[in-house]
Design a protein around this ligand. Structure first.
Ligand SMILES: [Zn+2]
Length: 174
């Protein structure tokens, strides 16, 4: 079906449907198309492009859409996020190994600290002075421990007196 916008001799505009463009010409020639306003059969096409039935067009479009949709792969359904891992799940092996190492390390530090304490004389704040005197031969060399600021320790190192930081006792967890 083709819809034509028509106009009669008195400029009445109207629309009419025809099976095709040939049948329009034939019907007009036979006087079968008359103006709905004045009944004139002297009608012609208005200056408008003929349109294909919009309802059919819509149907075709809908059909095409259905076809396209049918061909389309099913869109992936959004997956629900996996449930959070319960906290009570046993820790993976690497963590257990690490903990073990930390435990060993803590034990080693504790042992070193205890050895240093057991084998040194605590001279407290006298440490930098005594260390320097031992180094200069003013005092007999012995193992001492004491307090030194970072700056003092640095100065001793620069004077060629090797001082070692005493590792602090690691805190026991639990
Ligand atoms: Zn008319």
């Amino acid at each position: 079906m083709i819809k034509y916008a028509l106009v009669c001799e008195k400029d009445h505009e109207f629309e009419s449907w025809f099976p095709n463009s040939d049948s329009f010409d034939k019907q007009v020639k036979r006087g079968l198309v008359d103006c709905p306003h004045c009944g004139s059969i002297r009608v012609s096409k208005a200056l408008m492009a003929p349109q294909i039935s919009t309802s059919r067009k819509k149907e075709e479009r809908a059909d095409k859409m259905r076809e396209t949709l049918a061909k389309m792969p099913v869109p992936p359904t959004p997956m629900a996020a996996p449930p959070p891992v319960p906290v009570s799940v046993p820790a993976p092996a690497p963590v257990a190994v690490l903990d073990e190492k930390h435990e060993e390390l803590r034990a080693a530090i504790r042992e070193l600290h205890e050895k240093i304490v057991a084998n040194t004389e605590d001279v407290g704040k006298q440490f930098p002075e005594q260390a320097r005197k031992m180094h200069d031969g003013d005092l007999p060399v012995r193992s001492i421990r004491g307090e030194a600021t970072l700056e003092e320790a640095k100065e001793l190192w620069e004077e060629g007196i090797p001082v070692l930081p005493v590792p602090p006792l690691p805190e026991d967890r639990n």
